[in-house]
Design a protein around this ligand. Structure first.
Ligand SMILES: [Zn+2]
Length: 299
């Protein structure tokens, strides 16, 4: 009896093609977060919320996840009451970590007024050298408020990682000292399960280029750098972050013309959904660890 030649390759059956296609679809659905706009807020379903509080021409982001409360910046000094009212409305009087991105008044001006009213357990900021240490009243008032609070101070730089409850904070910048305070911005990526948010302060394209060479910048939500100024958000940076949602924090009819058309056109050409505080007021973004939701209509 002739020895039967063993088949080396089996032809691909239709069934295996169908099974593979189904597995690819399942992986795609589970593997990357999706994005949806909500008509009504449903806090209970989403353990993490990020509120981009409308502080006019400035920045203030509130991150809540379980019992963890993190605040980033606070806007100009006159907005302390606005932020305090919003925190009170949410029943918040204690902040686990208060991050100051950089010493400009549109970011830290309101901080002393916010720290007077709320308990702050720790602050996160960058350190300066003798050459570029800020000497403004705004910065001195910030340091006085931190001293008065007598809380922990974390001086952070690129490459540091911290955990607060279920949140992971990766610090992506600064990595070098400079006189350009926008480029001293603390840039932080906050991750909750499969979803992540990138807060860039006012870091310019110079810093974006540095971060591109060092870190995975991909994030589901991008707080657009420098209120939408053309000095931030290069094409390469936006491609690397590849957000589902971009949030621009700026004042209505501000004198800087923020956000600049170059940036809004770029976001548009990448098909990225945009929310703006000057158009919508407070913007609340929700995460259930898998997917991202935001209130309001697109701008
Ligand atoms: Zn700013």
């Amino acid at each position: 009896m002739a020895k039967r030649k063993e088949k080396k390759y089996r032809p691909i059956s239709l069934i295996s093609v169908v099974i593979t296609a189904i597995l690819v679809i399942i992986y795609a659905l589970n593997g990357s977060p999706t994005f949806e706009r909500l008509k009504e807020a449903k806090n209970d379903d989403y353990p993490m919320t990020v509120t981009f509080i409308d502080v006019g021409q400035g920045d203030c982001s509130l991150i809540e996840c379980g019992d963890t409360v993190i605040l980033i910046d606070g806007g100009e000094s006159e907005y302390a009451g606005t932020v305090n009212s919003y925190l009170a409305l949410k029943g918040i009087s204690e902040i686990d970590c208060y991050i100051f991105t950089h010493p400009h008044s549109d970011h830290i001006g309101a901080v002393p007024g916010i720290m007077r009213v709320n308990d702050v357990n720790g602050v996160m900021m960058t350190t300066f050298s003798e050459i570029n240490i800020p000497t403004t009243n705004t910065y001195e008032k910030l340091l006085d408020a931190v001293l008065e609070e007598d809380c922990d101070v974390l001086y952070v730089s690129a490459g540091d990682t911290y955990t607060f409850g279920e949140l992971t904070l990766d610090i992506l910048s600064p990595s070098a000292q400079t006189d350009e305070y926008n480029d001293m911005s603390v840039v932080v990526k906050v991750t909750y399960e499969d979803t992540s948010f990138l807060f860039t302060g006012d870091a310019t394209q110079t810093v974006e280029k540095e971060m591109l060479s060092k870190f995975d910048l991909s994030a589901d939500v991008l707080k657009v750098g420098h209120h939408g100024s053309y000095t931030s958000t290069s094409e390469e940076f936006l491609s690397a972050v590849s957000p589902l949602l971009a949030v621009i924090s700026c004042g209505e009819d501000n004198s800087y013309g923020h956000p600049h058309k170059d940036v809004t056109d770029l976001l548009d050409s990448h098909g990225i959904s945009v929310s703006r505080t000057d158009k919508q007021g407070n913007i609340v973004v929700y995460s259930n660890g898998k997917n991202i939701y935001v209130n309001g209509t697109e701008e």
